[in-house]
Design a protein around this ligand. Sequence first.
Ligand code: MN
Ligand code: MN
Ligand code: MN
Length: 271
Amino acid sequence: MFDLHTHSNCSDGELSPQALIGRAREKGVTALAITDHDTVKAWQDGLQALGGPELIPGVEFSTTWNSLGIHIVGLNVDPWHDALQTGVQFQQMARAQRAKAIAEQLEQLGHSGSLTAATGYAGDAAVGRPHFARFLVETGAVSTIEQAFKRYLGAGKPGDVREHWADLETVVGWICAAGGVAVLAHPLKYRLTRTRLKRLLNAFIAAGGQALEVVSGQQTQFQTQDLAKLAQAHNLAASCGSDFHRPGPTWSELGRFHPLPQTAQPVWDLF
Ligand code: MN
Ligand code: MN
Ligand code: MN
């Protein structure tokens, strides 16, 4: 039972890497990749010694392709490789610059001090819009998180600042240079037409991408079969993962998804 897409509290997940591994063991996962957003901080000494699932070092990089936010999972990477560390630093800088830009927008609207507060709320994780939303609630500018997004941070509002992530070629390049396999994450989440999805796949393959996330959390058998065919038609291996963020109804449980179809080439054949 492979779960190759999960998040810990090193990005926007709830559980510590240790707790995540423990829960994966309880759920019968035998191989686990922790794929935090733009960081490999979860990968620490001593994790393997916990026992339980085999651990596959991973990451989930954000990128922009034709103005679309796309996620690329890197599996079986060397987390300490220079290329990967460079990538992580680049993406962290992109996030920090965006946070600064959001704070500047809020400042202009008369809400000063948001960057310091948001950084504090984020703790070890990267600063994002939810932290600014909390700032706006706690200073009384709005009464709920939803209102903060509606008035300040949501689509088209002043705090809706675009990130300047590395491009697709660069992100896939980091993963490959670090000995990993690049996987196009949750292909149905982008809501692309079939033509555009194929165009994305071709760009991904040209960049060195080798696998498609054929199973992402709970999806229909039809979607699974369809994505397996798409992977096969493009000579891509197939990956599977829950994209687990926290226990509860909003996210898929660890290991809780359809198995890969028999016809698919499992991505772990490439490790
Ligand atoms: Mn996430
Ligand atoms: Mn994602
Ligand atoms: Mn994810």
